[in-house]
Design a protein around this ligand. Structure first.
Ligand SMILES: [Zn+2]
Length: 233
């Protein structure tokens, strides 16, 4: 249920995708990586929202790869400090604090023919504009896994980029891109699961089926209210 995923190369070097939100999560993830003897060589930000631009501990100073979409870190820091969802997360763990905003802004990832140029298994980078401009999902075919970023969650409805001229159209196009790429999906927030039913659930929501169990969560019901006019178009 954390945002983080680690892709490990045969030589033990690893790529850390979206390391976490709280200092506690970053510390726990660092300990797990150390206990396996893995060596992080870079951090991946699936998109430019604040909760995917955090680091600290062993991740500080690592290269931070993304699609290269520009990110306004100062604005995001302010949003993080005022974020109601963060307050909700931290309420459950008194004394925990948000992780540090990454020192280095994300840069375009090293690539060869659309694949990540790194020592690990081939990672195909799928770039789209669902949820945030320049979002990326990582396809690891050898593991039959799609690391989706903030899409295809069992606990969150599709969260639209309302600054887009066509939030629903870009989101549906991304689902078309990601559908059938793998058997399993690892979402940015939510549980690992089978990919096809996640695609079906998100398509249903985006095309007007709102009897969605994910809407029982109050903060998502509130987000839904802000999205419903766009969805009704
Ligand atoms: Zn996000």
């Amino acid at each position: 249920m954390t945002s983080s995923t680690v892709i490990v190369a045969p030589d033990g070097s690893c790529l850390v995708v979206d390391p976490g939100v709280t200092r506690h999560e970053i510390d726990t993830l660092s300990s797990a990586i150390r206990s396996h003897g893995w060596r992080p060589i870079a951090v991946w930000s699936t998109h430019g929202h604040w909760d995917h631009l955090l680091d600290g501990g062993m991740f500080t100073g690592l290269p931070r790869w993304s699609s290269g979409a520009p990110v306004d870190v100062e604005t995001l820091t302010n949003e993080r400090d005022e974020d109601a969802e963060l307050a909700r997360v931290l309420l459950g763990s008194p004394g925990d604090r948000p992780a540090a905003v990454a020192g280095a802004p994300p840069v375009a990832y090293p690539s060869v023919d659309g694949f990540l140029d790194w020592p690990g298994p081939p990672v195909q980078v799928l770039t789209h504009d669902a949820h945030a401009p320049g979002s990326t999902s990582l396809l690891v075919r050898s593991a039959d896994v799609l690391i989706a970023g903030d899409l295809l969650s069992d606990v969150e409805i599709p969260l639209l980029d309302l600054s887009s001229t066509d939030p629903v159209g870009t989101y549906l196009a991304a689902l078309d891109l990601l559908a059938d790429t793998a058997s399993l999906v690892v979402p940015g927030h939510g549980h690992v699961g089978a990919l096809p039913p996640r695609v079906a659930a998100d398509r249903a929501y985006l095309t007007g089926t709102f009897d969605d169990p994910r809407l029982l969560e109050p903060w998502l019901a509130a987000v839904h209210e802000s999205q419903v006019t766009v969805l009704a178009d």
